[in-house]
Write a protein that binds this ligand. Structure first.
Ligand code: FES
Ligand SMILES: [Fe+2]
Length: 419
């Protein structure tokens, strides 16, 4: 029997810019690893966090994933996981499934048997979110939580109520003299940190008290709310992730970040967890650097705090320069394809000034919006409707302890909501 080859794409369309194609329902990435090299084809998603490899690039003859920079060779084997360092060996499951290619008469074809053997699209990419084991923005369990629906200052009156989408439903929310009201009538409405929060049903987890101290002692400022097509679970994972800094944030702060993620602890707390890591970073903003008092390369203590399902906080203490920046990060899961992200910065001792003035705050906010924008640009290419809660549906490495803790906390949250 002669081997059967399936036509995929014109050879002229295959370059060193990875290209996603769908053939007979199979999602592939097709690319040349050198300018004039032969085309290679792999299953379309990175085994780590299921990011489409078409979002990646080619570096040094290898296909590199856009999110954490894992590098793959011509046979699909994973040759480098930057967070583990160059000496580490990638786990076998990190390899991509490869489909043998042939280029003839201007067309690229792949071996039919290899195409058929490619992994199916993950359940988390199903248009309806793929069922149990995947947390979507419309999971019924999320009714048992507080969700931010509007800035308190922007809430309309009964005559002009605010209309919001939450968990796939439309709600109207308004202020009736001093009272908050919503239709349909939810279990609860409250104001915290300048946001109006709505709990459709009795919440399993209270709003955390973590940012409260900072709220009084720091200068606070909100970023413009941002919309992303990624599910809130993925966005939360992205917030807790350190290993993507050098790749996704190369245009802002990431270029000076350490690629290797040293082992760190995650400490369980009621309804969530906390993790503290000391990191090296470049601090060009520190006036002490220009004055020759301190080196550019400095230490920073990063403390992540998480409460289920989507309350997050990152406190960055610059150990050498003394500045403290806290980022409060909360989300509204709107629908299967939309999440609204609210980010508040709480600032102290920036540039040696206890309470930073308006210009400093404005520039910090603008910078953070650029940083968030880099994450959103990757999320826009994701094509996932949910976050896998079953650990073997992705591939976790040492740097992912926070991500693993997140999936476990969310799985426990969903389970208690179902009880
Ligand atoms: S390296 Fe591909 S998703 Fe992490
Ligand atoms: Fe990021």
């Amino acid at each position: 029997m002669t081997a059967e080859w399936v036509d995929v794409i014109a050879g002229a369309e295959v370059t060193t810019a990875p290209r996603g194609v769908v053939v007979d329902g199979h999602h592939l990435v097709v690319v040349r690893l050198t300018e004039d090299g032969p085309p290679v084809a792999f299953g379309g998603r990175c085994p780590h966090r299921l990011v489409p490899l078409a979002a990646g690039d080619v570096v040094g003859g290898r296909l590199r994933c856009a999110y954490h920079g894992w590098e793959f060779g011509a046979d699909g084997s994973c040759l480098e996981i930057p967070s583990l360092g160059p000496a580490a060996t990638a786990p076998p499951r990190a390899a991509l499934a490869a489909a043998r290619c042939r280029e003839e008469a201007g067309r690229v074809r792949v071996l039919a048997a290899d195409l058929a053997a490619l992994p199916a699209q993950p359940a988390a990419a199903a248009p309806d979110g793929g069922g149990p084991g995947v947390l979507t923005n419309e999971d019924p369990a999320l009714a048992r939580a507080w969700h931010p629906v509007a800035f308190a200052t922007e809430l309309g009156s009964a005559a002009e109520p605010s209309r919001v989408t939450l968990l796939g439903r439309e709600w109207t929310v308004w202020r009736d003299v001093a009272e908050l009201r919503a239709d349909p009538v939810p279990y609860g409405l409250t104001v915290r940190w300048g946001l109006v929060w709505l709990a459709p049903a009795e919440p399993l987890v209270p709003l955390f008290t973590e940012p409260d101290v900072e709220d009084a002692a720091f200068v606070g400022a909100w970023l413009r709310p941002a919309a992303t097509p990624a599910p809130a679970g993925f966005v939360a994972d992205n917030f807790l992730d350190v290993a993507h800094f050098p790749f996704v944030h190369a245009g802002t702060f990431g270029a000076g970040e350490e690629k290797i993620v040293e082992p760190y602890e995650v400490v369980a707390e009621p309804d969530g967890f906390r993790s503290t890591q000391v990191q090296w970073f470049d601090n060009p903003e520190d006036p002490g650097v220009a004055a020759g008092l301190r080196p550019l390369r400095q230490r920073r203590r990063a403390t992540y705090v998480y409460r289920a399902p989507f309350q997050l906080l990152l406190r960055l203490e610059e150990l050498d320069a003394g500045a403290v920046k806290t980022i409060l990060f909360v989300m509204r899961p709107e629908s299967l394809t939309s999440t609204v992200v609210y980010t508040k910065m709480l600032l102290r001792d920036i540039g040696g000034v206890a309470l930073p003035g308006g210009a400093v705050v404005a520039s910090e906010v603008a910078y953070e919006e650029r940083v968030v924008g880099e994450d959103l640009a990757l999320q826009a290419q994701l094509g996932l409707t949910g976050l896998p809660l079953v650990l073997r549906d992705e591939l976790h490495v040492r740097a992912d302890r926070l991500g693993v803790a997140l999936r476990r906390a969310l799985a426990a949250f969903v389970e208690s909501a179902q009880r």
